[in-house]
Design a protein around this ligand. Structure first.
Ligand SMILES: Nc1nc2c(ncn2[C@@H]2O[C@H](COP(=O)(O)OP(=O)(O)OP(=O)(O)O)[C@@H](O)[C@H]2O)c(=O)[nH]1
Ligand SMILES: [Mg+2]
Length: 289
């Protein structure tokens, strides 16, 4: 069950007079709890206070909508149908990397029906990770390049690239581990994979790094994003679990602080539960009464 959403909570605000201090304090709390970030919240609240234009819920909803749409960034998938695209999914453990990698493969089976697609089982750290991805590959009927659990992830990615290039595939979706012995180790591992892809792929391959962000994580997601962005440079965001949270405003601080845009939204556990990011429907869902 979803907690009360931002939109539902906004209704309660109007028990206060909309020019009172309590009104704006409550509003700020609600915006912060929706993960929109302290900076955006304060700036918006100040602007609305000064404008004196908020008389009722419709005014507030309209103002929020405009402000949010002004902040959000949309990023194109940036995939090129004429060459091999390597899509590396990154993110801490449990955010939904493997599931959404499979969803992306499913999506592109439909969008590019003639393209060769393969998966690379780059998470060799978590015990069942290779089996999990193998199951998806079987269900989807796509090729998987894997080695046994515990082997070198860089070697798996190297092999996967080599065979995808040899077969003239168009898409290689590469999974990565979300947890290693410690954070430094995780960063090191990703830097290594990143180096291997850059070296092996060169200009012949279009390389995209997708940060998977769990919409239920809260402000921690921003610090995680900073870490991945600093380590390998992120091209865009895939926001997952938007179906299971009343918050989900994290895209605003990601856009503001790191200039990261969203590409896809995951909204469930089935293969078809992924969509291109559409700011309008995202905002509507966030503030829907
Ligand atoms: N409700 C919902 N659940 C999701 C979504 N995406 C993933 N999940 C679930 O989140 C859980 C973790 O997903 P995984 O894909 O295994 O996450 P991961 O990032 O690969 O995890 P590690 O491999 O441990 O790092 C699974 O139970 C998924 O079914 C989503 O969009 N909505
Ligand atoms: Mg995984």
């Amino acid at each position: 069950m979803k907690k009360k959403s931002l939109g539902q909570r906004l209704k309660n605000l109007f028990s206060f007079s909309s020019d009172s201090e309590e009104f704006f304090e409550e509003l700020e709390e609600m915006l912060i709890e929706a993960d929109l970030g302290a900076q955006f919240t304060m700036e918006l609240s100040d602007r609305l206070r000064r404008s004196g234009a908020i008389r009722n819920r419709e005014d507030l909803q309209q103002a929020l909508r405009t402000e949010l749409l002004g902040e959000l960034r949309v990023t194109d998938p940036g995939l090129d149908p004429d060459r091999l695209n390597v899509v590396l999914v990154l993110g801490v453990n449990g955010v939904g990397k493997t599931t959404n990698l499979a969803k992306l493969a499913h999506l592109y089976q439909q969008e590019w029906p003639r393209a060769g697609i393969s998966l690379a089982a780059g998470d060799t750290f978590r015990a069942a990770a290779v089996e999990q991805l193998t199951l998806h590959a079987e269900r989807l009927g796509v090729r998987i390049i894997k080695q046994k659990s515990g082997s070198d992830s860089g070697a798996v990615i190297w092999d996967a690239l080599e065979s995808a290039m040899a077969r003239d595939d168009r898409l290689l979706f590469a999974d990565t581990a979300g947890r290693m012995h410690n954070k430094a180790h995780l960063v090191q591992e990703l830097e290594k994979i990143h180096g291997i892809i850059r070296k092996k792929a060169g200009d012949a391959v279009n390389y995209r790094k997708i940060l998977v962000v769990d919409a239920t994580t809260g402000q921690n997601a921003l610090r995680q994003a900073e870490m991945f962005h600093e380590a390998v440079g992120v091209d865009g965001v895939l926001l997952t679990k938007y179906d299971s949270t009343a918050r989900g405003g994290i895209l605003v601080p990601l856009a503001r602080t790191l200039q990261l845009g969203c590409i896809w939204i995951g909204s469930g556990e089935r293969y078809q539960d992924i969509h291109r990011f559409d700011p309008e429907s995202y905002v509507d869902e966030l503030i829907a009464p």
